[in-house]
Design a protein around this ligand. Structure first.
Ligand SMILES: [Zn+2]
Ligand SMILES: [Zn+2]
Length: 367
């Protein structure tokens, strides 16, 4: 009997923000221990949990990762945590698959590592786990995310999710304050910021590869309206389909912001957040996941790889430990109206398909 529904129902009632997943972590750790895994809690000082089952026989180390955090929403004047990205479903599926794989003795060789990661939404959980040494011995790493109804339907599974790279660029534009009557004696930071935004909007790259760069915050206020403001702060959200394209875009962003500000004699201090890298998936693992989906749920269930402008911090595992071969599937659960929407809901029984994919993956790589 798969306990996915039971796990989901409990985890759904205890949504916790990134790095504060205390109850969630305690629950998954206790359940893993009861199932027969040796469990490490509080990985690298965080709420991360790892369960290991060693067959004692030579073979690959297979890691399967789920994220534990909920999102913080502001609803009707209240700040609340809610599982609007489906991470409670991810934990429930992985936990149910982990238990069943030991009960049914599915691990015949190598080692199975069950990884519960904190703070995916903050973009820092995967890096904390890597720095904690969690994937140092992992050969194959798998991830899975529930998908919105627009991307795939319940009963379907996307063979590979090709997430995009994303980052945030903060720029402080420095001009020179002056009296509103004597603008020629100052440098208007707003003019510099506007020029920087225009220069960014004029960035062109290979149009056959998707990317985007847009200003998402623009702050300037000297406190009075009859003076020339000396400082402005602007933020850009940038995305690119591949890590190489992201590198090129970052370079062009710095050039555009600095050159834009310089057109009025202003200067720019630029800070780029690390963000999330784009998907780096192993073609062989992706192919084998396709076969697993077809064998488990039928040929019609297997959907081809899908590109998404969304970000996922999972790929830090691969960027930081490039010898890992990774696979990442998208599970159809009819999630609507959309992920991160405060009213996001989905077809809970569909989670059983995810459990079956996890179990079939354990069979594929550890038998
Ligand atoms: Zn999310
Ligand atoms: Zn998510």
């Amino acid at each position: 009997m798969l306990r996915v529904q039971e796990h989901y129902e409990y985890l759904h009632t205890i949504p916790e923000a990134g790095l504060q997943e205390y109850k969630t972590a305690a629950y998954v750790a206790d359940q893993l221990e009861q199932a027969g895994f040796s469990v490490q809690r509080g990985v690298n000082g965080s709420t991360g949990v790892v369960g290991v089952y060693d067959s004692g026989l030579p073979g690959p180390v297979l890691g399967i990762r789920a994220d534990m955090d909920a999102l913080t929403h502001h609803i009707q004047g209240k700040t609340v945590q809610r599982h609007t990205c489906g991470h409670d479903g991810h934990c429930a599926m992985l936990l149910a698959a982990a238990e069943a794989s030991l009960q049914k003795r599915l691990v015949h060789k190598g080692k199975l590592k069950i990884i519960f990661q904190p703070a995916e939404e903050l973009g820092i959980g995967a890096k904390l786990m890597v720095e904690g040494g969690v994937v140092d011995d992992v050969n194959i790493l798998l991830g899975m995310h529930v998908r919105p109804i627009q991307e795939c339907r319940k009963g379907e599974v996307i063979q590979a999710m090709l997430y995009s790279a994303s980052a945030k660029i903060t720029a402080v534009i420095h001009g020179m304050q002056a009296h509103g009557a004597r603008p020629h004696l100052g440098i208007n930071a707003i003019d510099g910021a506007v020029a920087a935004v225009s220069a960014v909007n004029a960035i062109h790259m290979d149009p056959s590869v998707s990317f985007s760069a847009k200003c998402t915050r623009f702050l300037a206020d000297s406190g009075v309206t009859n003076a020339i403001p000396g400082e402005a702060a602007i933020v850009f959200d940038i995305r690119a389909q591949y890590n190489e394209i992201m590198k090129e875009l970052r370079g062009k962003m710095i050039q555009a912001i600095q050159a834009g500000a310089a057109t009025v004699g202003a200067t720019a201090d630029i800070d780029i957040s690390e963000g999330c890298p784009a998907a780096e998936l192993d073609p062989d693992i992706t192919k084998r996941l396709g076969c697993i989906i077809t064998d488990t749920l039928g040929e019609k269930a297997c959907k081809p790889p899908m590109t998404t402008p969304g970000g996922e911090d999972f790929f830090w595992y691969v960027i930081k430990r490039p010898r890992i071969k990774a696979g990442f599937t998208g599970l159809g659960v009819d999630a609507q109206p959309g992920l991160h929407h405060p009213d996001m809901h989905f077809d809970v029984p569909s989670l059983e398909n995810g459990v079956r994919i996890h179990m079939a993956s354990i069979v594929e790589f550890l038998q």
